[in-house]
Design a protein around this ligand. Sequence first.
Ligand code: GDP
Ligand code: MG
Length: 177
Amino acid sequence: IFDKDCPDFNYKLILIGDSRAGKTSVTERYVNDAFDEKQKQTRTVQISRKMVKIDRTEKWAQLHIWDTLGQENFKSLAPLFYRKAVGAFLVFDLTSRKSFENIDDWYQQVSSNVDGARVIVMLLGNKADLPNREVSYNDAMEYARSRNFGYLEVSAKTGTNIRNSFNCLVKEIYRAQ
Ligand code: GDP
Ligand code: MG
């Protein structure tokens, strides 16, 4: 039996943000190291699992990564979706100002649904590979600071910062528990 066959912790992580921001793609890149230009809209709750070693420790965490369904179906499932989450990625699209402006509404959803227990939140600006950005690093960073979130620019397409963002979130969850 190896350590990694038996996790020390189980962490539920959720990804939220506007439809098309890249939540499913970020998850795909992280879990399967793959990318699909024509990523289908998520129609059911998808839970992906991945075992990770927590940075600078001998501990293993089993991640349960919950990806949202299309917004139209989301409301009724929200309580189940948020239940017991210990980490949340707020994902927006760097080429869509609107997706960034909606982020604080998504955060309100998190804070009103994850009762009591602290959830570690991290902001991700996705699609950093594209040239036509509408959100500057400084604007996103300023918002993240105001809420005390970490912020990273990522690309599910190239893989830039994807593993790093999960490692950071997991490390913070571990530290906070
Ligand atoms: P979701 O609705 O938030 O789950 O978004 P998806 O993961 O379905 O992605 C929406 C679209 O954006 C798909 O066509 C993806 O291929 C594309 N996409 C996602 N991430 C990236 C990225 O990092 N770079 C680029 N160029 N396209 C991306
Ligand atoms: Mg999706």
